[in-house]
Design a protein around this ligand. Structure first.
Ligand code: XMP
Length: 349
């Protein structure tokens, strides 16, 4: 039997270090998730049907971040999404940065249609990415389109999983099995890996491959903005989030008032019973839940706050860039009493 220990965001803090950063604006949050796909902010909205369609992806792109289009729609609907997304750039007179489109392992026609519409960045999105079918899919795409397309693939949660995806030809991998806010994978199956260690292990695989520029997106489990700093420090180039963006104006779905007259929106795991029945998916283990979340207003107001928190996070390590943060970071493992101390609390008499 093999046994190892893993840690997640709440298990650690970043040790503050000497800093000569005088203004938080001296800190750059610029990053890349493909060799030709730069971001000013390392934030990615999740490819979930209650999080990212064209309006969300556009709002993210306008702020220098990005969103990945989910795959739970027909090919015709996807093409309309792509057109609408592009049109927003032309209306707003902005430089168009193409959308990243999700694919399942059997999505041949979707891939061809998206490619025909000019898409060159894809995200092969399966719950267990360290899988023979993903290998086959990546290799089939590489055989057909060579290096004309850029492939993100996932999800994995181990060094071996990350190394395999890179070896199979992925340019970027997505790390996270079961950390997500609406995931029940770990509870239902017993499988998964604490997210901070999963990122560290995947980053080790990435850094060992020297002959190619590779990227890593940490996917899921962000509860506090400080977790974003920890995920990047651990080795991620960008962080994908669902729950942080759920309930925003730009997410798909309507706003409705609950019994307390609060404005709410729906948010659900893609493997929840609700999502599976809507998309006619059968014979897949239910590994997610559906919720209503409070309406948050526009993501345009949230992104600057996240960026501010992250700049401050980098400055505590004396780091002016994400790369510098990764080189300098020192983590301390904490106890649950320390975690309690980290949260707002009252003094007792
Ligand atoms: P957060 O914590 O940001 O996580 O809301 C978003 C990520 O959760 C994953 N996801 C799921 N995982 N069952 C799962 O085990 C599900 O039903 C499910 N739906 C989404 C996904 O990686 C997403 O980006």
């Amino acid at each position: 039997m093999h046994f190892e220990e893993g840690l997640t965001f709440d298990d650690v803090l970043i040790i503050p270090q000497y800093s000569d950063i005088e203004h938080r604006s001296d800190v750059s949050l610029a990053t890349k998730i493909f060799s030709n796909y730069s971001l000013e902010l390392p934030f990615v909205s999740a490819n979930m049907d209650t999080v990212t369609e064209y309006q969300m992806a556009f709002a993210m792109a306008q702020h220098g971040a990005c969103g990945i289009l989910h795959r739970y729609m027909s090919i015709e609907e996807m093409l309309t999404e792509l057109e609408n997304y592009k049109e927003l750039f032309v209306e707003h007179k902005l430089d168009y940065q193409s959308l990243i489109v999700s694919l399942g392992v059997q999505d041949e026609a979707r891939l061809e249609a998206a490619y025909g519409a000019g898409i060159r960045h894809f995200c092969i999105d399966v719950a267990h990415g360290h899988h023979a079918l993903v290998k086959k899919k990546i290799q089939a795409i590489r055989d057909k389109y060579k290096n004309e397309v850029h492939i993100m693939a996932g999800n994995v949660a181990s060094y071996e999983g990350a190394k395999a995806l890179y070896d199979w030809g992925a340019d970027c991998i997505k790390v996270g099995i079961g950390p997500g806010s609406v995931c029940t994978t770990r509870i239902k199956t017993g499988a998964g890996y604490p997210q901070l260690s999963a990122i560290i292990n995947a980053a080790k695989a990435k850094n060992e491959i020297k002959n190619k520029e590779l990227f890593l997106v940490a996917d899921g489990g962000i509860k506090y903005y400080g977790d974003i700093t920890k995920a990047l420090a651990a080795g991620a180039d960008a962080v994908m989030m669902g729950s942080i963006f759920a309930g925003c104006k730009e997410t798909p779905g309507i706003v409705w008032r609950n019994e307390n007259e609060e404005m709410t929106k729906s948010f659900r795991g893609m493997a929840s019973a609700a999502a599976q029945s809507e998309f006619g998916i059968e014979n897949i283990n239910e590994e997610g839940i559906a919720l209503t979340v409070k309406y948050k207003g526009s993501v345009r107001h949230i992104l600057p706050r996240m960026a501010k928190g992250l700049r401050s996070g980098l400055s505590y390590s004396g780091a002016k860039t994400i790369r510098e943060l990764q080189e300098k970071v020192r983590f301390v493992k904490i106890t649950s009493a320390s975690f309690q101390e980290s949260k707002p609390h009252k003094a007792s008499r």
